[in-house]
Design a protein around this ligand. Structure first.
Ligand code: GLN
Length: 342
């Protein structure tokens, strides 16, 4: 190698090390309880009058959820919780459930199985895209879109549909440290209109990329999305990831520590579907959204920020929740790539 290039290279790596040290020094001080309390209240106050967007309506019952509900919570890895607004209202978790079941599959079959049998690439397309299934060789593409999430459910190791569902539900309960329940009305509303997701399940099966009976996977997936959760419980689910896989309230290990970075990487790359780039660009945190209006973001090793409000933008992401989380991340300077301005 040309010595000049070598010298430049070692300078470059010295600078890179320095940059990493500077970033970690900047992030080293954990925000105080007062800071966390302040930013939660601020985020709620700042966005409570924002009425942009509208409730999801392709699942008929979601249109009836009161649109003005708005809750914001931070849950720390030590199990401290800071909240503002309607944090006790139970809404359907919808796609925020997806990384947690992907975690269960990682736990049972290892991360390589998730990468090979589902995929980990962003699609740049909406969450219910059928074009993505035709376009990409992985077919299901990643665990955050419907195709990948239905595939993940089909990979849960189970001998019966009941066992598959019980495992999916128990895993979410363990992440939340709470006995989450199915919202049956949401399930009936969603399953009776699930033509698009049925098409996705059948397409995947056709390509050999679904690993159980398609209708069974569809039913269990739809139940998974219809689980009720409040913003406090959602924040604890995220805090379990912030706490390297141990639920900070119950102390139970839910996911092996070594799988947490892979799961957070999937959330960072794909958690907002065709808006994942814009989300990383402005908030800099792994996060997952759902059409019920919930979003959970994780500050690895520190805390989770959850927010809920039903009005969505075109990509199916809650406008108030996105703004609230982005505000908090910006104020605390906890974006993974450096402090993002609010
Ligand atoms: N259950 C919803 C669906 O399959 C989840 C979509 C979402 O939250 N983005 O359409």
């Amino acid at each position: 190698m040309n010595p000049e290039r070598k010298a430049t290279k070692s300078w470059a790596s010295a600078l890179a090390v320095l940059a990493v040290l500077t970033v970690s020094a900047a992030n080293a001080a954990d925000p105080s309880a007062n800071d966390l309390k302040r930013v939660v209240n601020e985020a709620h106050a700042k966005y409570k009058d924002l009425r942009d967007g509208k409730n999801a309506d392709y699942i008929p019952i979601l249109e009836t959820v009161p649109s003005d509900l708005f809750g914001v919570v931070i849950a720390t890895r030590e199990g401290k919780v800071f909240w503002a607004g309607d944090v006790n209202y139970r809404f359907s978790i919808q796609s925020v459930s997806k990384p947690f079941t992907a975690g269960l599959v990682m736990q049972q079959q290892g991360p390589a199985a998730v990468a090979e049998k589902i995929g980990v690439e962003p699609t740049g397309l909406p969450f219910n895209s059928k074009i993505a299934i035709e376009l990409y060789e992985e077919r299901s593409a990643n665990p955050s879109v419907n195709a990948g999430a239905i595939a993940a459910v089909s990979m849960v190791q189970a001998d019966s549909e009941e066992e598959r569902w019980n495992q999916v539900l128990q895993n979410m309960r363990d992440f939340a440290g709470s006995d989450l329940e199915l919202l049956d009305e949401v399930y009936q509303s969603e399953y009776s209109t699930a033509w698009s997701n049925r098409a996705i399940a059948n397409l995947l099966y056709n390509y050999g990329r679904l690993y159980s009976d398609p209708e069974e996977a569809l039913r269990v997936y739809t139940k998974q999305c219809s689980v009720g959760v409040n913003t406090l419980e959602l924040a604890v689910m995220g805090a379990t990831l912030a706490n390297q896989g141990v639920n900070p309230i119950t102390g139970k290990r839910v996911l092996a520590e070594k799988h947490v970075p892979e799961l957070l990487a999937v959330m960072a790359m794909t958690g907002f579907y065709d808006e994942s780039g814009a989300w990383q660009y402005t908030a800099g945190l792994p996060a997952k959204t759902g059409v019920g209006g919930g979003i959970v973001a994780v500050v690895p090793g520190k805390f989770a920020i959850a927010a809920f409000s039903p009005r969505l933008n075109e990509s199916g992401n809650s406008i108030r929740a996105m703004n609230a989380i982005r505000h908090i991340a910006g104020e605390l300077g906890v974006g993974l790539y450096g402090a993002n301005p609010d």
